[in-house]
Each structure stands twice: as C-alpha cells, then as structure tokens.
Design a protein around this ligand. Structure first.
Ligand code: CTP
Length: 396
C-alpha cells in the first residue's frame, strides 16, 4: 500500500477532500495529512483525522521521531497530493516560499507529486495563477485540472474541485509503474447492434466490461489507448479516447482505420457474426403471423486485420465459448493468425457476460497456456497485460 502525504490548503472545496481521503483509507493506503492554518477554518483537523484514520499536522517547528516534522513526513511519503491547491499556496510553491508546514513539506518533498487547483474562476484565470501552475508543472507536479461549472460563490466557470474518482484515478496512474509507456494500444469492447428496421436490432449479451477494464489498465500503465466501443452502459475510462460504433460494419471500419496506429490490438468485442440481409427503412408492421429475417455473415474483423497487419504488431483475440474451450480457442488463434487468444467460458453464470468477474485461459502462439483463476475483471485485465508484455517484448 502507498504512503501518501495529503496536503489540504484553505479553500471552500477543502471538505471535498474528505471523500478522497475516505476512499484512500478504505483501500488501505497509509496516510498522513498536512493542513494549512486557513484550511482548518473550513474543516476541522479532527474530521480529517477520523475520516483518514491518520495523523493530521498543522503546526510546523515541532519534532516527530526526533526530527523536524516537515523533513520527516516528506521523506516518509512516496507520493504527495495537494487538494485543494489554492492560488495562494500555488503562488508560494512556485516561488519556493516555505512559510507553513504544507509549503515546507512540499519544498522538501522529492517523490511523486500531484496537485489539484480549486478556486474562484477569476483567481484561476488570472495570468499570475496560470503562470504559477505552469511553473509547478515544470517542477514535476502533475496537475489535475479543475472542472468547469457552478462555483461555491454563485459564479460559473473553471475552478471546481474534480470528481473524487478522477483524482483517485490520477493518483493510481502516478503510483502504477508505466511499463506500457509509449505503447499504442487499440482495444475493442462491447457488442455490436445489427439493425432490422429503425426500431429493432439483433445483438448479444456482451457488457463491454472486460474491454473497458483492459483500456483502463493500459492507460494506468502509461499506454496511449483508443477504445472502439459498441453500445454499452459504462462510463468512458479517464484518459482513453473512445470511438463509439454501432454495427459490425462500423466497428470493422473503425478498427481498420486505426490499425496502423497501434502497437497492440486487443479485440475484446463480441462482434455480431450475422446481420439482417436488408434493413427495412420503415418499421416492420405485425401484419403476418410469422416473420423470417434473412441473416448474412458479417466480415470477420480479425481476419481482415491479419491481412494488413504489420509484422511489429501484436494482435490479441478473445474466444467466447460454451463448449470445448481450449480446442475452439486454439483453432481461432491459428485461423485468425493471432499472437494470443483469451479464452473464456461464457456458459458460466458466475463469470463472463455482464459479470464483474472472469476466469480465462491465455493461449499464446508458442503453445504456452496460462490459466487465470476467477478474479475481478479489473485484475484479470492487468494479468492479461502482463502476459502481452512478456510475449510481445520477444517480438518488439
Ligand atoms: N471477431 C471479429 N469479427 C467478427 C467476429 C468475431 O473480429 N465478425 C473477433 C472477436 O472480437 C474475438 C474473436 O474474433 O476477438 C473470436 O470471436 P468469437 O465470437 O469467439 O468467435 P467467432 O470467430 O465469431 O466464431 P464462433 O462465433 O463460431 O465461435
């Protein structure tokens, strides 16, 4: 678990840091909190201490563990987070002023640094503040931009504290080793929808969760990620460019258009194998007792891709099977000319479609088979990326 030094400076958004601190504490992170004197006017140190189950320091010039406090806590932490970062604290930090425990600790700290400026829009947009924030960026601070919207004082504009989820995601991204740095990863996810008429379509039960977790994990690990997504009910992962598509034909076009860009392609989408031969332009009325819809095969995107693939690219498929998992997956690995295929049993109710869990077998081109036990898709995604890395680096 990470050792996090969490700094709170004195803005109205200080209370929003309680949610972030609470979430970090629940995950088991080790926290120490530093507040400016001004921040204590908005939220009592006791509240942060109880929510974070951790010490909260305000006073400089005291000793802990036999050393002055700012050097002790700044050496202890691996990451320093300052949220909210006020215009005043940003200005001091940009000039190297260390006149309270927070600015002293920030100046002494040389680990991973992340800050989230929140303030009134006019203070934020003042060129002096923007210049100070630029200086902090040059000095290694990763800045999470404030959101635009209604501000506490009734004004509207940029300056809102970001969503707790985003700040935590950015903290995670800093803490995660960037072993996919400079890698371009193209991922497909979700089902496709094949229109019958303007109101009806043929689709499948894919939720898109596995592909979205892969996209999220790859971005956390430093990759540039494009996600081509069929219709799903999942929020776009932070930092990932999402290209929304509907039909297998749309998905094919989007994949082939972006294929050359990618070092790694992961086809996690459940592409429809058949589509209606004709799409009725008007709603089909229920005039007859039976309705036959002629279906025709869609193009196999992976097969098309393998025709134009670059030799440096690493292509991964998924095999959704209800029977004979390994044999069917082996066949697809070969026929689609893949480097790797992830086989999952979609007949099981406790994993796969729409579940947050999965259990998969990874079949590599060299014949190696890796079994991943049932686990959250979030973690399975990282295991899959570990295997891609170990397999692809042989070829890259
Ligand atoms: N796939 C594809 N284009 C299609 C169908 C599937 O690129 N028209 C990809 C999927 O994204 C997946 C892999 O091929 O990565 C295997 O998909 P799957 O549905 O398991 O198998 P199919 O090839 O469709 O064969 P079958 O449905 O007969 O099992």
């Amino acid at each position: 678990m990470a050792k996090i030094l969490f700094g709170v400076s004195g803005g109205i958004a200080a209370y929003k840091s309680l949610e972030v601190v609470s979430a970090l504490r629940k995950r088991g992170e080790e926290l120490k909190i530093v507040m400016t004197e001004e921040a204590t006017k908005f939220v009592a140190p006791l509240t942060f201490s109880v929510v974070g189950k951790c010490p909260v320091y305000v006073e400089p010039f005291q000793s802990i563990e036999g050393s002055v406090i700012h050097t002790t806590i700044s050496q202890w932490a691996e990451i320093m987070v300052i949220a909210p970062l006020t215009a005043n604290t940003a200005a001091k930090m940009a000039c190297g002023i260390a006149d309270n425990l927070l600015t002293m600790s920030a100046l002494a700290f040389n680990g991973l640094k992340i800050a989230s400026p929140s303030m009134n829009v006019r203070m934020y947009e003042n060129p002096i503040t923007l210049e100070n924030i630029e200086k902090l960026k040059k000095n290694g601070w990763h800045i999470v931009e404030p959101e635009s919207g209604h501000l506490a004082d009734g004004e509207y504009g940029k300056g809102r504290y970001p969503k707790a989820e985003l700040l935590i995601f950015e903290i995670d991204r800093m803490l995660t080793p960037h072993d996919y740095e400079k890698k371009k990863v193209l991922i497909t996810a979700g089902p496709t929808r094949e229109a019958i008429d303007p109101v009806r379509y043929v689709t499948n039960r894919s939720s898109g969760k596995m592909g979205y977790e892969l996209a999220r994990a790859a971005y956390l690990r430093g990759a540039d990620v494009k996600l081509i997504s069929g219709p799903v009910n999942i929020d776009a992962p932070y930092g990932v460019e999402v290209l929304n598509v509907e039909s297998a034909e749309d998905m094919k076009r989007a994949v082939l258009k972006n294929a050359k860009w990618a070092d790694i392609v992961i086809m996690a989408a459940a592409v429809a194998d058949y589509r209606p031969a004709h799409i009725s332009t008007s709603k089909i009325k229920k005039t007859s007792d039976e309705l036959n819809i002629k279906l025709v095969k869609t193009d196999d995107i992976l097969k098309e891709l393998s025709k134009i693939r670059l030799s440096s690219q690493f292509i991964v498929g998924f095999a959704a099977e209800t029977d004979d998992l390994l044999r069917n997956a082996q066949k697809k690995l070969k026929e689609k000319n893949l480097d790797m295929i992830i086989a999952n049993d979609v007949s099981r109710k406790d994993i796969g479609f729409d579940s947050n869990y999965n259990e998969v077998k990874i079949l590599c081109k060299d014949g190696e088979i890796i079994s991943l036990q049932r686990n959250e898709k979030r973690l399975i995604a990282h295991n899959i990326l570990d295997t891609i890395k170990s397999q692809s680096f042989k070829e890259f």
